[in-house]
Design a protein around this ligand. Structure first.
Ligand SMILES: O=c1ccn([C@H]2C[C@H](O)[C@@H](COP(=O)(O)OP(=O)(O)OP(=O)(O)O)O2)c(=O)[nH]1
Ligand SMILES: [Mg+2]
Length: 148
């Protein structure tokens, strides 16, 4: 099923590529950096990178901001808050929180592909407070409880 998501270019970003799927069945739309001049992330440094657009999506969707594997593998660049959450009611500029886990400075240029955006369903959930939860075989065991 196809969902219509509105995208608005923010002023001064007419030259920025809109999010784009790089293959027919790609999960994510690649995101392009809307930095006015190149931004250098030193090893260990993080930076909030603008994309130059805002979104309006149906209420049952969210957009996740995920790293690009190639940048992670080659340069140690990832999204610090991965997956970033863009709420359906957010109308601000979508931004990408990148961190340089590599050993070299990494330069982000205007219109460079820095991350990807994957739309997901968000089920409507209502939390119900109770005194007791149903019993299960696992119970409270977790965090390695079942062995290696
Ligand atoms: O990678 C991201 C993560 C978040 N956002 C925007 C959209 C999202 O709807 C909003 C808030 O994100 P989140 O809920 O993760 O952050 P918060 O620290 O809880 O902020 P808030 O109190 O505004 O919800 O920031 C982005 O543009 N990119
Ligand atoms: Mg929040």
């Amino acid at each position: 099923m196809q969902h219509l998501v509105q995208i608005k270019r923010l002023p001064g970003n007419e030259d920025i590529q809109l999010p784009q799927k790089m293959s027919e069945l790609a999960s994510g739309f690649d995101l392009y950096a809307a930095v006015s001049e190149p931004v250098t992330l030193q090893p260990g440094e993080r930076g909030l990178i603008p994309t130059g657009f805002s979104l309006a999506m149906p209420g049952e969707l969210e957009a996740q901001i995920r790293p690009r594997s190639g940048l992670a593998l080659k340069h140690g660049i990832t999204a610090l808050n991965s997956p970033g959450t863009v709420d359906a009611d957010y109308r601000g500029e979508v931004k990408v929180l990148l961190i340089n886990h590599g050993q070299e400075p990494f330069v982000i240029s205007r219109n460079e592909r820095i991350a990807q955006m994957v739309f997901q369903y968000v089920p409507t959930v209502r939390l119900e407070e109770v005194e007791e939860l149903s019993e299960t075989g696992r119970g409270a065991g977790g965090f390695g409880h079942t062995g290696k």
